[in-house]
Write a protein that binds this ligand. Structure first.
Ligand code: ATP
Length: 389
């Protein structure tokens, strides 16, 4: 994945002469310290991050942690006090006004809270709006808008006014409008906050679906950790203008690194966050013979062919028999395998006592095994022996 957006050592101090504040911050001073000494508010304190192309990158933190300031500094709605913003390697802070306007219009667009629609324009005109500003010819932009409306399930609503639609439908129009712009980097500042929970879930699913279709690069701001976990490929967690933890959702939950981050992870549903790949153990070889190779452990195993594909399953007692007598007793069809991406909750559902769950890759090869110990350990958040993180 190529890098699209890179932020390097970005600072934002709200105040006329930020140089003293910057010096204090670079010397290790905190936001509170700067405010106490100078009365200036620190929005960002040495923020660096990299957003790869085609991913949804989440910026998460409590109110006042600097999320919106970061979003606004990236496209210079707020002028950063120091640091660099690179869009496809180009320095955004060096752009003159005209070039900046062009970048905002065509390459990096900002989606504000609630996707507010223009109330006196029809739904289709709302979706077309950004394209019109870009000077796309009428027939072409109409086609694109119609396409997008049907993609969000509102193909027949183009000629209605926004007030004739339900809240959820209006949100979908807003999402279609955001995606209609050809800018392939979208900065979304809490677009779903304040929505009722059902509509919010529906919108999150819709965004994930559309993201897969359009492969946009999205920097998504949220204060909701669950939302960050659900949508994000990577998450940056902010506190007091700094990034205090950055990583994949699974790595952050496994190793929060501080009490501040750990507090967000406590209530999350681990069964739906972790996948088979992240809990499986490497299969140990127990036996080799003309019939194939047996891998697994005391809880059960698998007989594999020469291509490492599962031929048959062995229950725990059959593994004991093999160990004691060297006698192979494996039953064809008597095993459970899941794909690497299967969620832990699905693995737990397929688990049978005295059997090990196999994990297979796209080519059908056995790449790992999961016993009850791994499932329970990850759900209860204990380190499991041999499990990958
Ligand atoms: N225009 C401004 N002038 C002065 N201080 C500001 C300004 N905008 C933001 N701040 C301050 O910068 C800090 C970061 O604010 P920001 O809005 O980025 O936080 P946030 O994480 O987006 O919060 P929220 O979730 O409440 O929107 C806060 O201390 C805020 O008071």
């Amino acid at each position: 994945m190529s890098e699209r957006l890179r932020i390097e050592n970005l600072y934002k101090v709200f105040g006329k002469y930020p140089s003293d504040a910057l010096r204090m911050l670079r010397d290790g001073g905190t936001k509170d310290f700067v405010f106490a000494k100078l009365g200036q508010v620190v929005g960002l304190n040495d923020v660096s991050l990299t957003v790869p192309g085609g991913v949804m990158y989440m910026v998460m933190g409590l109110s006042g942690s600097g999320k919106s300031t970061l979003a606004r500094c990236i496209n210079r709605l707020n002028e950063p006090s120091a640091g660099r913003v690179l869009l496809d390697g180009e320095a955004v802070l060096a752009l003159d006004e005209k070039a900046l306007r062009e970048v905002r219009r065509t390459r990096m667009s900002m989606v504000f809270q609630h996707f507010a629609l223009l109330p006196n324009k029809r739904v289709i005109d709302n979706v077309e709006f950004g394209l019109k500003l870009r000077g796309i010819p009428p027939a072409q932009r109409r086609r694109r808008a119609e396409e997008l409306l049907s993609l969000v399930g509102l193909g027949r609503w183009g000629h209605h006014m926004p007030h004739e639609l339900s809240g959820g439908m209006r949100q979908r129009v807003g999402l279609a409008r955001a995606l209609a712009t050809d800018a392939d980097i979208l900065i979304m500042d809490e677009p779903f906050s304040g929505l009722d929970p059902l509509i919010r879930t529906e919108m999150q699913d819709e965004l994930l679906r559309l993201q897969r279709t359009f492969n946009k690069t999205i920097l998504f701001i949220t204060h909701d950790f669950q939302e960050a976990l659900k949508l994000g490929s990577r998450i940056a967690i902010m506190s007091e203008g700094r990034i205090v933890r950055e990583g994949t959702p699974q790595s952050i939950v496994l190793e929060p690194g501080s009490d501040y981050v750990a507090a967000f992870t406590r209530e999350i549903d681990r069964g739906r966050l972790f996948d088979a790949r992240s809990v499986m153990k490497a299969p140990a070889v127990l036996w080799r013979g003309p019939a194939g190779t047996v891998v697994g452990g005391d809880g059960g195993g698998f007989l594999l062919d020469a291509c490492e594909r599962v031929v048959a399953g062995l229950a725990g007692r059959e593994i004991s028999l093999l160990r004691e007598t060297g006698e192979l007793s494996a039953r064809r069809g008597s095993y459970v395998c899941v794909p690497e991406a299967a969620k832990l909750v699905e693995v737990a559902r397929s688990y049978r006592a005295d059997h090990t769950v196999g994990v297979i890759d796209d080519a059908g090869r056995l790449v790992g095994v999961i016993g009850a110990e791994q499932i329970l350990a990850r759900i209860a958040h204990l380190p499991a022996s041999g499990a990958k993180s």
